[in-house]
Design a protein around this ligand. Structure first.
Ligand SMILES: [Zn+2]
Length: 119
């Protein structure tokens, strides 16, 4: 398995990008400072996870920009309902995707600028 796929799989499983065993979250939204298994620091600096917003916002916008016109032009969903469903989606989806956005961000960071001790 390539290193990129390994890191992507660890990110999707919400695991430490360095050892692949430690959990990335200790609560619903809380990321500990270090991996509980290998001790690798998760956040390199203050504001490190700001980059995960790009992933979360980008995916939310992409899905909304693709799905909304498809539903609208095919008239599969009535217009008033489509607006409500779309607004609900752009509020709820980022909350549900928050953990994976952070995990993908830290995985990307590990791929681009590896921490020491990657297994
Ligand atoms: Zn670890």
């Amino acid at each position: 398995m390539s290193r990129f796929l390994k890191l992507a799989l660890r990110a999707l499983l919400l695991r430490c990008p360095v050892c692949g065993k430690g959990k990335l979250f200790s609560g619903i939204f809380r990321v500990p400072e270090k991996c509980p298994r290998c001790g690798a620091p998760y956040a390199r600096e203050a504001g490190f996870f700001l980059g995960s917003i790009y992933i979360n916002y980008g995916l939310t916008s992409l899905i909304a920009a693709v799905v909304y016109p498809i539903l609208m032009f095919n008239k599969w969903v009535p217009e008033p309902h489509l607006t409500i469903v779309s607004l609900a989606f752009v509020v709820i989806f980022p909350l549900l995707f928050f953990r994976h956005a952070r995990s993908l961000w830290i995985g990307f960071d590990q791929w681009y600028d590896p921490r020491e001790g990657e297994v």
